[in-house]
Design a protein around this ligand. Structure first.
Ligand code: ATP
Ligand code: MG
Length: 438
């Protein structure tokens, strides 16, 4: 197993001071999988004060003395911040969220025993090699996600582990061991007791996972605890030849078809979630008019509950509201689109629409090919420096003020001029535009 020198050195320094120290958790799991871990955690028998003492010559940050975590800042470009945590044992859990007490202990075993899944409960140091008390390496080889200890007890202690299970399955393609699976489904409602922002963080990681499609479909009952509307999408037949999948399968496929970017993946998750409630049958054909607006509403409401930031909510809403629009591809229409959305949003809309169509009947992709030309047109317009926004207009508010306009009228006139420039009625030149209003 390969660990960076900075990690090995920290372990050695703690050992030299008479303590035990190991790389633990996610970084051991990832290293065994031959991935480069996003960060490295070290667990030690040293108490927080003792850790500080050992690293008194280094730059350290106390990131939670209560939990016994101290970060050492290194000059290793690949892992600037290494978190060192004192071995802990969690006390009783009475609220499905957090332990009533945390005690620092001197033995590694208790620290590993409190960890959620066997694959996350291994330790490593150069001195000892891999320490695997719960069969994590074997489970990792078999891609099996299994609780450390008794699953019902572990999920009752901390219901967030239910979402963490889904997230690890989505990230790594693990399957869930039978007892672990039974327990997480049984206790899923306890997720409602968990701080929403913690659910959001796990949901984001789930959505960005390689296996998101599979997990969304298989664990819709769990997601349904905090997105009730998504449960109705499971098995919902759209009764329309544009669609070959039920709504949930379609949603899951679109999530996996967009790039691994948070906004796009969240937008994909919610983009059709209101279809079941908008569904009507006309001449034996399914229609879901208004589903884009309604899905955007559900996205907003759910994202607010989960404490997503306002910018994310606004962008996801915008993408969903317009995901089903057919954009024209002539010059004037594309300039108006650029003016309305800006190039970044337009690109995201194009990606979402393509992904959406990729999860429909084959003929749809063929039929819509032309429709996506709007994005190439938009790039051409930008490249040529053609005007589509007020900022690019050759006159501004001051010019109009000088020409005798006041207050609201300035904005109205500027809009009119922009419209004339976009439609090609007027050239974007100051004297021409001033003459037009003069
Ligand atoms: P990532 O690669 O996303 O960082 P990770 O496994 O390192 O994954 P973290 O959330 O960073 O996940 O947690 C670090 C370790 O702490 C886990 O590997 C696990 O051993 C333990 N852990 C974290 N959260 C919990 C929890 N809610 N219950 C039990 N153990 C947990
Ligand atoms: Mg981690």
């Amino acid at each position: 197993m390969h660990f960076p020198d900075s990690v090995k050195n920290i372990i050695k320094q703690l050992e030299a001071a008479g303590f035990e120290a190991y790389a633990v958790g996610g970084c051991v799991r990832d290293s065994l999988l031959s991935f480069t871990p996003p960060d490295y955690d070290i667990a030690t028998s040293a108490a927080p004060d003792e850790i500080k003492e050992v690293f008194s010559d280094c730059k350290i940050v106390d990131i939670g003395a209560k939990h016994g975590t101290i970060a050492v800042i290194t000059d290793d470009e690949n892992c600037r911040k290494i978190e060192i945590t004192t071995f802990r044992a969690d006390g009783e859990y009475s609220d499905s969220r957090r332990p009533d007490s945390v005690t620092f202990v001197r033995d590694l075993k208790s620290d590993l025993a409190r960890r959620d899944f066997t694959v996350n409960a291994m330790a490593y140091s150069e001195k000892t090699g891999l320490i695997d008390l719960f069969g994590g390496a074997e489970d990792l080889k078999n891609k099996l996600l299994k609780c450390v200890g008794e699953p019902e007890k572990r999920f009752s202690e901390d219901a967030l582990r239910i979402m963490r299970a889904l997230r690890f399955m989505s990230e790594h393609g693990f399957t869930c061991e039978a007892e672990t699976e039974k327990a997480l489904r049984k206790l899923k409602e306890n997720l409602l007791k968990i701080a929403p922002e913690r659910i959001m963080a796990e949901l984001d990681k789930l959505l960005l996972g390689e296996f998101a499609e599979k997990i969304i479909i298989e664990y819709v009952d769990v997601l349904g605890v905090f997105i009730p509307e998504i449960k109705d999408c499971a098995g919902f037949d759209q009764r329309n030849n544009y669609h070959i999948y039920d709504v949930l399968t379609h949603i899951a496929k679109v999530v996996s078809a967009v790039p691994k970017e948070r906004i796009l993946r969240v937008a994909a998750l919610f983009h059709d979630v209101a279809k079941p409630q908008c569904f009507i049958l006309k001449d034996n054909l399914g229609h879901t008019r208004g589903h884009a607006a309604k899905s955007a509403e559900i996205a907003e409401e759910t994202m607010r509950k989960l404490r997503y930031d306002n910018a994310a909510i606004k962008q996801v809403k915008l993408l969903i509201q317009n995901h089903d629009d057919k954009f024209k591809t002539d010059d004037v229409s594309v300039k108006k689109l650029l003016n309305r959305f800006g190039i970044e949003t337009l690109e995201q809309l194009c990606i979402l629409q393509k992904a959406d169509d990729s999860a429909k009947a084959d003929f749809v992709k063929e039929e819509r090919k032309e429709q996506y030309l709007f994005i190439e047109k938009a790039s051409e317009i930008i490249e040529k420096g053609e005007c589509f926004s007020l900022e690019q207009l050759a006159v501004n508010g001051n010019d109009l003020l000088k020409s005798g306009f006041e207050g609201k009228e300035i904005g109205i006139q500027l809009q009119k001029l922009l419209e004339a420039v976009i439609t090609g009625e007027a050239e974007n030149k100051k004297e021409i535009l001033l003459k037009r209003i003069g």
